[in-house]
Design a protein around this ligand. Sequence first.
Ligand code: ZN
Ligand code: ZN
Length: 469
Amino acid sequence: MTEHTIDWKVEAEKRQEAFFEDLFDLLRIDSVRDDDKATEEAPVGPGPKEALEAFLALGDRDGFTTKNVDNWAGHIEFGDGDETLGVLAHVDVVPTGTGWDTDPFEPVIKDGRLYARGSSDDKGPGMAAYYAIKMIKDLNLPVSKKVRFIIGTDEESEWKGIKHYLETEPEPDFGFSPDATFPIINGEKGNSTVYIETKADGSGATHELVQFESGLRPNMVPQDAVAVVKSSNPSEIESALNDFLNGLPVTGTAAVDGDQVTLEFTGKAAHGSKPASGINAATYLARFLSDFDFAKDAKTFLEITALYLHDDPEGKKLGIDITDSVMGELTSNPGVFAYKAGESGKITVNMRYPQGTTEEKLFAKFEAKLSQYDVSLSKSVGKEPHYVPANDPLVTTLLDVYHRQTGLEAHEQVIGGGTYGRLMERGVAYGAMFPDSVDTMHQANEFMAVDDLMRAMAIYAEAIYELIK
Ligand code: ZN
Ligand code: ZN
């Protein structure tokens, strides 16, 4: 068969049943990072390791060369030549959170949608890319380059797996990650996380903050928030709640038990790089409590949240807002909150920033704005902004294939979510969501449309072939 006679969509359809069988098996593995169960053999826990092994076993079954790099990452290789195309996917998933209508680890197809944690981020698109490579191999098409399908196990947290891989294995010459949206992501904002730590001492006020818990990961908008308050006047808080909630997008309850009131707020989770699409339960809860009389450290914790973090996805209140004409605006997600009386308070703020500023400059703004408070600030080692020019042949090839198969407009795009694309100098992200797909990544009831997965498989097959032929 020659490339001119190939109907990539028809080839994808022929493989639909086998594809979903393999994908279901992979989705059934709970591959959330679990440091409590981590060992030398399973560096981010047993789930990610099992998912990596399961994927590599498919490569072995299908006659590819495979390699497991210390259970941190691995690859499935095809083709021959001096240059290597990298296709980088990940098998770890974010925690399930609350609000699911079905078991997140028992995939179901309903109304043309595949529901499961990882269906769209990133097991579904990863499997589509794997099947695309398998298609090229099955069709015996001549290739002049290698393709490595590289599987990471810690994409949702620290990228430790893929970094370990790249210390051991050569960096691909160019590549893409099927972990975002079509038409392409050829630019990614920088990623920086700041930690605000408060003390948690002090009593003598009307209300005492015993505990405040919210958020699962810095890169998720907190859906649920809980606060426990010990109070000489608990009904003051309870009776103010309904008025506060009136007209707001959050729901909340207050339960009084003796001198203690437990507050629970529910907002909406979203990807941390798109804080405006979520509803941050934590900042609403802190905003509510900040109207009451709390002693020093609790007051600091609540006030910083209410005054500088609440309802501010672009970081205007902290003065960190900045916009670049190519890369867009900075986004700020206060993603994790933990306060325990007598121990400490900690707020984690994750930012995605365009060209035109640096981590150091952003950190300095935090220091300046919060200098009036008794807090200690620290930051993680983040990621710089990344950009592959629109006229790079990698970008033009991927856009051509996308346009040819879908008829849709092909254009460059920059996002806030860091994908594995940035790990290669000539690296981009490519699919698998389409412009009309519903983005449910990191949310309850995550799904991916069956048609989108099949469309993606056909696009990946032609694109990979064009890049390695
Ligand atoms: Zn992902
Ligand atoms: Zn993700």
